[in-house]
Design a protein around this ligand. Structure first.
Ligand code: GDP
Ligand code: MG
Length: 205
């Protein structure tokens, strides 16, 4: 049963998450909230797939990433002489090194509001500011400060699509259509069937 409000999102447990032995923990958090695993595999990404996912020619995305970093610097009173685009380009170069450093576990999750639910459970990009209870807040001590001064990507364990549009695009990058599986979970009916209460009432007649 698929409810009209169900969506799909792409998650990557990045190399640091895999090598910290956190794949099970992370998957468990998504399963227990009621999301369905639609597809899953382990991949050691090459530069071609990474550059498709984090596209160095997508200047709008590079500027968003750069502006986010600039805001962080401003908050800390740090002066930076670079444009948002230059910062974004450098983040992208470091991302290429980070994601090609080891195998990642890629999966597609399905459920109501899945993009928003997953981002909520993942937490903020900067683990140091991520709320306790989120994956990045609970399992990482990394920070913008430490990673920037070490000139590397912030090791924040996990990627999750930011919007429904981004999710559609990213799922196509990592999975073929025939790798997405349709199956039911025993609790689908309890979560999504609008007639569930009526059915329960019938059982007790
Ligand atoms: P996300 O959606 O929360 O993963 O964040 P973005 O899509 O903005 O950035 C992609 C990834 O690049 C992040 O998860 C970090 O690993 C890394 N990253 C982004 N911005 C910065 C930055 O300013 N400094 C460093 N060191 N890494 C960054
Ligand atoms: Mg992102």
């Amino acid at each position: 049963m698929t409810h009209p409000k169900e969506e799909m999102t792409l998650v990557l447990v990045k190399g640091d998450g895999v090598q910290r032995g956190l794949v099970g923990e992370i998957l468990h958090r998504f399963e227990r909230v009621g999301l369905k695993i639609k597809a899953m595999k382990m991949v050691w990404p090459d530069s071609s797939i990474i550059n498709t996912h984090y596209d160095p020619s997508n200047t709008a995305w590079l500027e968003t990433v750069g502006n986010k970093a600039l805001k962080g610097y401003e908050k800390k009173g740090i002066k930076v002489d670079k444009t948002a685009l230059e910062i974004g380009q450098h983040v992208q170069e470091n991302l290429l090194k980070y994601l090609s450093a080891g195998p990642v576990v890629a999966f597609v999750l399905q459920g109501a509001h899945v993009v928003e639910v997953v981002r909520k459970l993942v937490g903020a990009t900067d683990p140091l500011s991520a709320t306790p209870g989120t994956i990045r807040g609970d399992y990482s001590v990394d920070s913008y400060g430490m990673s920037d001064s070490d000139d590397r990507s912030i090791r924040n364990l996990i990627h999750a699509s930011g919007t429904v549009e981004e999710a559609k695009h990213e799922i196509e990058i990592w999975f073929d259509q025939n790798e997405l599986h349709n199956y039911t979970l025993p609790y689908d009916e309890v979560v999504y069937d609008k007639k569930w209460e009526n059915k329960q009432a019938l059982l007790n007649e």
